[in-house]
Design a protein around this ligand. Structure first.
Ligand code: ADE
Length: 245
């Protein structure tokens, strides 16, 4: 999969995503991350990309033309590579978007190319957003200084769904949110740490009992920490009854 990030701070996303699992996936050609500097498409000799808002008010806005120029160059090279006519999805990171979720990550993972547009200052001229953006996405109800961290969050969450990115292909399947249950607790060596013992069932070697315990722990955790998820979780009649007791 190919991610194209339109940003004023290419080094921020490349340094971040070039590290750890996404970095390894890039080295293994399972994904690519291209950071396009919007400033390279400034249409003045000072390379300015911001200006004052019409109507007054605080702060500066990113101008339409450099954003459009950066988008156009990416879209043109995608069309050249794929030979396809259709438009690439363009995600604008903004607190005004719908909240990013695992199901959105799964949807984005189906795309061959994804363009992520990072805003700065007070935002971007509305006219270019109207013209190029297909999805408005927020990563939560708080305001950040720019769209780079949200774009990195999306690339990370989508990347780990691409086959081969995680070493263990099953580990993306059985985990939080897959079935609207939180994960069970995990333990590794030593068996006793700070006087705390690993739950004995995990040392029993009895696979079916371990699975049963983990399922119970998942349900219990979800009930304790994210009860809002339980409505959407698929529980057996017996599990529902147990929760009521
Ligand atoms: N840009 C600034 N804040 C943001 C947020 N919470 N989500 C996505 N993009 C943003």
């Amino acid at each position: 999969m190919h991610f194209h990030i339109l940003t004023l701070f290419p080094e921020m996303v490349l340094n971040g995503l070039g590290t750890s699992i996404t970095g390894r996936a890039m080295a293994n050609n399972l994904l690519s991350v291209e950071a396009v500097n919007i400033r390279d498409y400034a249409n003045n000799k000072h390379n300015r990309v911001d200006d004052y808002p019409y109507g007054g008010g605080a702060g500066m806005l990113m101008q339409a033309e450099p954003v459009y120029g950066a988008y156009r160059s990416v879209e043109d090279s995608i069309q050249e590579r794929t030979g396809k006519e259709g438009r690439t999805r363009v995600v604008y990171l903004s607190p005004q978007g719908g909240t990013f979720s695992q199901s959105m990550a799964e949807e984005f993972a189906k795309e061959e190319d994804l363009i992520l547009l990072c805003g700065h200052y007070e935002g971007i001229d509305e006219r270019v957003l109207e013209e190029i953006v297909t999805d408005y996405v927020s990563i939560g109800d708080y305001v950040l200084t720019g769209g780079e961290l949200p774009a990195m969050v999306i690339v990370d969450a989508v990347s780990r769904l691409i086959p081969g990115v995680l070493h263990n292909d099953t580990s993306a399947e059985f985990e939080s949110f897959q079935d609207n249950l939180l994960e069970y607790p995990h333990y590794t060596r030593p068996e006793i740490w700070h006087d705390k013992q690993v739950p004995p069932i995990l040392l029993s070697g009895h696979h079916a009992n371990v699975e049963k315990w983990r399922r119970e722990q998942s349900i219990l955790r979800t009930w304790q920490r994210r009860p809002d998820l339980l409505d959407k979780a698929e529980l057996t009649e017996k599990e529902k009854k147990n929760l009521q007791n």
